[in-house]
Each structure stands twice: as C-alpha cells, then as structure tokens.
Ligand binder design. Structure first.
Ligand code: ADP
Ligand code: ZN
Length: 529
C-alpha cells in the first residue's frame, strides 16, 4: 500500500516536471493529488492563483480514463483547452457555443479514449445524451470548479449546480474534487452537503494574500481620486477598475484616456469581438488599464496586475475578495483600492429590493451587503476582518490602510442619537420619510426650499447638529447603516429605524465611529519612509 502511493506520487511529480515544467508542488497540491489518484474525494478551498488547476489536471494524466471538468466559465473553455494542447495534453470541451461538427469530433475522441480532460458546462449534465455519452466512456475523475456556485445562500448561486449531486449516484466509484476560491464556513459546509462529499478530505488553504495592500476610502470625486492613485502610485502599471454600470465604465475609460492613462472598456453591452479584442490587448500588452463591470475577470490569469480599483461598492465580501484577488498573482506588491460612499449603500439596497428573488433571497443579499459595509467601516485591520469573514484568524497585517494610518475612533453616541431622533420625529410627528440629505439639512439648520416647504425648521431637532460638517454627518449615516442601527428603503433611499435603533435612542448602547482621515493623509506605498 505504501509502495503503491510512492509509485503514484512519483508519477505525479514526474508529470509536474515533464508536462507542466515546474520543479515542485505548491502548498497542499501534492496531498490533494494523492487523494484523488488514490480514488478518494477532495474539497479544496484555495485562493485565486493558488494553483487549483493542477490539482485535477495531474490526476487526469496519472489515472486511467478521461477527467470530466465541470465549469460555469464557458467563455474560457477554449482558452483552457488551447493552453493544455500547447503542453501536449489532450483536452476538449462540450458546450452550447459549439456547432454539431465540433461536438461530434469531441465525442468521438472521448469514446476512443483520445482525451485526457473533457470540460463541460453544468447545464450539459442535464442532457440525457451527454450522460449516456459519459456512460460509454471511461471516467478518471470529476472536477467541479467554482464549487461555491452550488451554495444557495452564497453570492453566486447557479441552479444547474444542484444537479451535480447526481454524479456520485450515477458513478459512485469515480473520485470527485470540488474547488473554490471563495467560501465562508457556511458555504464550505453547504458545498460538502449539496455535492454529497461526506467522505471527502477537506483541504483549506489560507485565504491571505499578503502582497495585496487593502485600502478603502470615502468617495468624494471618484474619477479624480482614481487618477491621483494611478499617477502617484501606479504610473505605467496594468490594473483593473471595476464600475457597477456600463455607462460608468464608458465614462471612466474615456476620462482616463483623456488624462493620458491607456485604458480600455469591458462590459456585456459591447459586442463579442470588441470584448475579446480588449481582453487580448489587456493580457498581451504592458501597462493597460481595464475599466470593466464584474463581467470581466473570471479565470483571467494575468500575473502582473498591479492594482484593482473599485469605484462602486461590491455586493458582497466574496465578490470583493474575488475581484481584488486578481491583483498581484505574481506575488509582488499590489493595491486593492475601493472608494465608497453613502450613495452606494442607497443604490445597492435599491437593487436588492428590486431584485426578483423571494424574501429569503433578498435577506441573503442584504446580509452580504451588511458584511461588506462592516468591512468598509471597520477600525480594525482590513485583512483581519476579511479573513475572519472566511473563518480564518490573522494578526494585524501592517499592510492595509487601517494598519498604516490607524483611524481615530470617536464616541458617536450623541451624534447617532441626534440623527436617529430626526428620522424618528419625521416619521412620528409628520408621518414622513426622507433620504439622508434632508435629515442632515435639518440637523445643520439649513433653510433650504425643501425645509421651508415642509416646515422642518419647526422641528425640535432643527439646527442641533452644527458641531459636525455635512461630510461628517454623511459618515455618521454610513456607519449607522453599516452597524444595522439605521436602514434605507425604497427608490429614494429613505431612512428608517431598525429594531436596534431603540437601544441607541434609549441610551442603552454606545456607538463608536471611525473618523474619516483628512483628505491629505493618503496611505500609499510612496508615503512610507
Ligand atoms: P487558481 O486556479 O487557483 O487561480 P491556477 O491553477 O491558475 O490557480 O495557477 C496559478 C498560476 O500558478 C498558474 O500560472 C500556474 O501555472 C502556476 N502554478 C500552479 N502550480 C504551480 C507549481 N507547483 N509551481 C509553479 N507554478 C505553479
Ligand atoms: Zn492590516
């Protein structure tokens, strides 16, 4: 038995060197490969760039038969197959983009045993003809990539993934490996349960990306803030800028180009050939900035992305982690920079309320957003908070904005009470609901048209908040939202109290807040001694 394993490990190392041209395994690759080669199941949590592909590609070559790889990234299958073919590995794919003839060729190769790997889209496994095809061939293993897509309460649920539990029922003796680069402890458990991986060995790598410097700043003039960042810290560097909408992608790319930064747009509204051309240029040329919606980036393997900038708030920490994870795959220092403001919170809540999921789904989306907001407003090390979300512990990192320039925290209890009682009075005394702007105008005692029109200058809270500036009040609102002490509703982002608001109003709860760093105190690498 031991001799057996040694023999196999020898094979695996030999394949690593001969086929892939690498000297040694990384992290737990070797243990994972042994587990599969020995016929066992594996569940692998490893960050982007950790080397997940080899974990199934090497067993595919060591074991008899064809490895079937399930992946939702249809657009990347051709690239993956091409890359393997270049190495002399026999690979093919079946998905909806193919014509009949291309399909037939792959099917014939599969049945003749002339393939090492076969990539499939999850929906393909719903087709009886594909299942019958697999029955007639010899299968070395099943690899389920992006396995978090099976988690219903995760951030990227895909219903087609639920059917993958059938693999084990139909082919009980074929080993399976499920892989993901983002999983909270809950998602981890859900993957194991839904894919029926009860005997699988779990391999959980650290999610820390020490070379990435995390920074989250209040949004003022986002495009200008971005340009400052690129000019001072990343001149000539390749990077990705994420925006929420197609329109802001276009505008931001134009703005960068006008200011001498070579930038390209990427979003689902561009035709396929423009998208492909822009992606190719980004991969091949040096120092290009890709301005994109989150449609861009899945499976993009560009090692020298020096920064990932977000001009809008990501919907979840999983999304933020995945997107920022595209920076610095080569291990060199890189920046993850996010600008966020109150309007982001309002906009995201609106998107959630307008989404077509049921109430339970909207709650999940809300919880994801709350965790993201808590990361933005934390006074702790960003990395500690990020890793804690994925169930991993860490020490303060010394390489994030809060470590480099510790934010002052201040006792915002009185400010919170003033703001919450303004919202309460508008509601109780006037049966009115307004957005943050009106409450702030009232607290600052501003005689705007809207204030006069609604006689808000008659409220007892009018003008009681002049000790803070408007931007500080916006910070107060953001932090109350992040801490669940206030909520926004509806199309106009009206403020409403939550169950927890009462504790603050009733003086049973203190509220500590993060003081916004003054504009000049940037925490860039260039600012370090
Ligand atoms: P993931 O899928 O986890 O994001 P990949 O499988 O794409 O990561 O691997 C990331 C990069 O690391 C790839 O360029 C890959 O070739 C390289 N790599 C993986 N394993 C090793 C290894 N043992 N030695 C050297 N390079 C490796
Ligand atoms: Zn830190």
């Amino acid at each position: 038995r031991t001799g057996d394993t040694d023999q196999r490990t020898g094979d695996a190392l030999d394949v690593l060197r001969r086929v892939f041209g690498y000297d040694s395994f990384r992290g737990e690759q070797r243990e994972i490969i042994d587990q599969l080669v020995g016929g066992g199941d594996a569940l692998v949590l490893m960050p982007t760039g950790g080397g997940k592909s080899l974990c199934y590609q090497i067993p595919a070559l060591v074991r008899d038969g064809v490895a079937v790889v399930v992946s939702p990234l249809i657009a990347l299958m051709q690239d993956q197959v091409d890359a393997l073919t270049t190495l002399g590995v026999r690979a093919g794919f079946l998905n909806s983009t193919q014509d009949f003839e291309a399909r037939r060729l792959v099917e014939t190769a599969f049945l003749a045993g002339d393939l090492d790997l076969l990539y499939l889209a999850p929906e393909a496994l719903r087709s009886e003809s594909v299942l019958r095809l697999l029955d007639r061939g010899s299968i070395a293993l099943f690899a389920i990539d992006e396995a978090h897509c099976v988690a219903q309460w995760g951030h990227d649920f895909r219903p087609d993934y639920l059917a993958l539990s059938m693999l084990h029922e139909r082919w009980p003796s074929v080993p399976r490996i499920a892989l993901t680069a983002t999983a909270t402890p809950d998602t981890h458990t859900e993957i194991a349960a839904r894919l029926n991986l009860k005997d699988a060995r779990h391999f959980v790598a650290s999610f820390d990306r020490p070379n990435i410097q995390y920074r989250i700043v209040p949004k003022r003039e986002p495009k200008k803030q971005l340009l400052d960042l690129l000019r001072t810290e990343h001149p000539g560097d390749a990077g990705i800028v994420y925006c929420l909408s197609r329109a802001s992608v276009e505008k931001t790319a134009e703005f960068l180009v006008q200011n001498g930064v070579p930038a390209l747009p990427y979003h689902a509204g561009l035709d396929a050939s423009t998208r492909a051309a822009n992606q190719q240029r980004f991969l091949r040329e040096d120092g290009l900035v890709m301005v994109a919606t989150i449609a861009f980036g899945m499976g993009i393997d560009k090692p020298d992305v020096r920064f990932v900038a977000h001009l809008d708030l990501p919907k979840s920490i999983e999304g933020y982690y995945q997107e920022t994870g595209r920076a610095g795959r080569d291990g060199l220092p890189s920046t993850a920079w996010l600008a966020y403001g109150l309007s982001d919170v309002v906009q995201q809540r609106k998107l959630i309320e307008g989404s077509d999921g049921d109430l339970a789904r909207r709650r999940v989306l809300g919880a994801h957003l709350d965790a993201m907001l808590a990361l933005c407003e934390t006074v702790r090390c960003r990395r500690v908070q990020l890793l804690a979300y994925f169930g991993q512990q860490a020490e303060p990192c010394g390489n994030c904005d809060t470590c480099l320039t510790p934010p002052e925290s201040w006792d915002g209890t009185v400010a919170a009470q003033k703001l919450l009682s303004t919202v309460l009075r508008l509601h109780r005394e006037r049966d009115q609901r307004f957005g943050a702007g009106q409450s702030i105008d009232i607290l600052l005692g501003r005689q705007t048209d809207k204030v006069s029109q609604h006689r808000h200058d008659q409220l007892s809270v009018f003008g009681i908040g002049t000790e803070l500036t408007e931007s500080e009040w916006r910070g107060v609102v953001r932090q109350l939202l992040a801490q669940g002490l206030l909520a926004v509703e509806g199309d106009y982002g009206t403020l409403v109290l939550t169950d927890a608001s009462g504790d603050v109003l009733g003086k049973r709860r203190e509220v500590m807040m993060r003081r916004e760093a003054p504009r000049a105190a940037s925490t860039g690498r260039t600012a370090k001694p």
